[in-house]
Design a protein. Structure first.
Length: 296
């Protein structure tokens, strides 16, 4: 296809999309600016979870493709009740949403097209600490028209924090969150915040901020009491897994000194925090029983 033909097809596509949107907007009727949204589409995994937790089911017309993926979402079971839409602006037009939720790093072209078509687009920011998580829940509960549900969810998060704080745990233990290839998560992250809530500290000399790559030799010298992984690594079945499956780490960190913290607990705030804090309550209780409450 020539460049001229591609340009013509682009104009035709945009014209069709615009006319389709206008037709559906007229059929759906106007909504007052201050009214809660009646037709919500989420393009973002964290927005999916906030919407499922805070909105009425009839408010939700579509979620992201990952909404029902149990490895990524803490509300996967509930999300299966809703339609999942592909990450394409044109997929939203037949539903004429009055609110589209996107993430800070979601496809820029899709976000731009949504705004040019006149949709109301709201960005869901990343959460790296509990205070930001509480603020986000309140903001979205108000946005969706269910302030009381936001306060209940915050109460559930705080109750889970108290359960974790009261659980027995290893004393004065350090832990380092390590991904494939040796990327370690720093203190400015939700995963590190959760581990701090569980009573673990980063070892001295660990990367600051959001984290960074740590060579195997440095990890050995840092010698955290526990390694924290997002999943169990049984064999070096990929380039990244070679690091975590190294014989030195297998010797220093047998299963009893490895903590599995699945990704669905560290990606988003909202309802994932309740599940994450309760999961860690079980983890530290088992570790304390295994170590007799002493530092390993």
């Amino acid at each position: 296809m020539t460049s001229c033909a591609r340009a013509v097809m682009t104009v035709i596509t945009w014209s069709c999309l615009t006319w389709a949107y206008l037709v559906w907007a007229c059929l759906a009727g106007p909504a007052a600016a201050d009214d809660p949204p009646r037709r919500i589409v989420s393009f973002n995994l964290c927005a999916d979870q906030l919407v499922v937790a805070l909105a009425d089911p009839e408010q939700i017309v579509g979620l992201s493709p990952h909404a029902a993926e149990p490895k990524l979402s803490a509300v996967a079971d509930q999300a299966r009740a809703f339609r999942r839409l592909p990450w394409q602006a044109e997929s939203t037009i037949p539903f004429n949403p009055d609110l589209v939720l996107v993430g800070a790093f979601d496809r820029a072209a899709t976000q731009r097209m949504l705004r040019q078509l006149g949709f109301r687009v709201q960005r869901v920011e990343l959460v790296n600490d509990l205070e930001t998580a509480r603020r986000q829940v309140r903001e979205f509960a108000d946005l969706l028209g269910h302030v009381e549900r936001g306060e209940k969810l915050i109460g559930d998060i705080e109750a889970a924090r108290r359960r974790l704080a009261q659980a027995p745990r290893p004393r004065d233990a350090t832990a380092l969150l390590v991904e494939n290839g040796g990327y370690t998560v720093g203190p400015t992250s939700l995963a590190a915040t959760l581990m701090t809530e569980a009573g673990f500290a980063l070892p001295k000399g660990a990367p600051p901020g959001y984290g960074g790559f740590v060579p195997l030799e440095k990890l050995v010298t840092l010698r955290p009491d526990y390694l924290v992984l997002s999943s169990t690594v049984e064999a070096p079945d990929g380039q990244g897994a070679l690091y975590l499956a190294h014989p030195v780490l297998r010797t220093l960190y047998p299963p009893s000194r490895r903590i599995i913290l699945p990704s669905r607990y560290t990606l988003c705030g909202g309802p994932a925090l309740v599940a994450a804090l309760d999961y860690l309550t079980g983890v530290v209780t088992r570790l304390a029983a295994d170590s007799g409450g002493l530092k390993p």
